[in-house]
Design a binder for this molecule. Sequence first.
Ligand SMILES: [Zn+2]
Length: 285
Amino acid sequence: MFSKERSKIIYLTFDDGVEAGTEEVLKVLRRQQVNATFFLTGVNTLYSIKRNKKKAFAVLKEITEQHTAANHSFSHANGFYSSYYSKGVLINNEGGRMTVLEDFLKNAQFFKNTLAGDPLFYLDHLARLPGRNSALPFTWLDTEADETTLVEDDATDTRTALRANGYILLGWNEEWKMDYNITNRIMKEKQLIIEKGGMDYTDSKLLYPDFTSYGLKYSGEERLTERWFVLANRIMAKAATNHVVLLMHDRAFRPGDGKKAQADLELLIMYLKKNGFTFKTPPIV
Ligand SMILES: [Zn+2]
């Protein structure tokens, strides 16, 4: 059992990078000298490299050297989570599929190949499922409630397969709330294409459109929906009994909002520091 004076521990985790916003997140972390875990998605990273190779590689180098790089699948399920966990991800127009495990292994291979050499880049055997939470290790929690309520869902077999392949799964128990307006709009458009029979499952641009190309018109969407101090209250309450694993998404911090989200991230970190939090990254085996 934890004593009342035990230290407060938080794991900052950022999902779906490398994408717009990853660079801005790194800037804040650098200034505040804290480490975080990045759950990286191949398809987004591919777009980032295509958009600006030099910048994307610099971002990946900094993540490798300063933070923890973890696996968040290559495809991010293309947004179709329930079929992903029951059947895998479609990879061609004949109905061929890749299992979730294969999708994670593809992601690991992608990062290894993309950045083979200088710097040597690899993803740790730490994974987070797209669109599904996973329990935190028992030792991090005072109660077993989170573990039991999260274990039984459509991704249970997937978790077993990933664990059998040496992966440690890390979910979250706190989340910086944001809206998913752009993602939801893209999914609706995708659904229409599928209904018309026009989906090309070999075309990554159709499967996973690059929402940053939507430009300034949408810069107010896919943003944080609560200020840092609202989240900070929940974190403080949770930290009294549990380690806090905070889920965030890089793109919420992307440019275009007058640096509001970046400033909020920095204020949150400063507040947590002042309140005695230790910032940790998961132990890697
Ligand atoms: Zn994700």
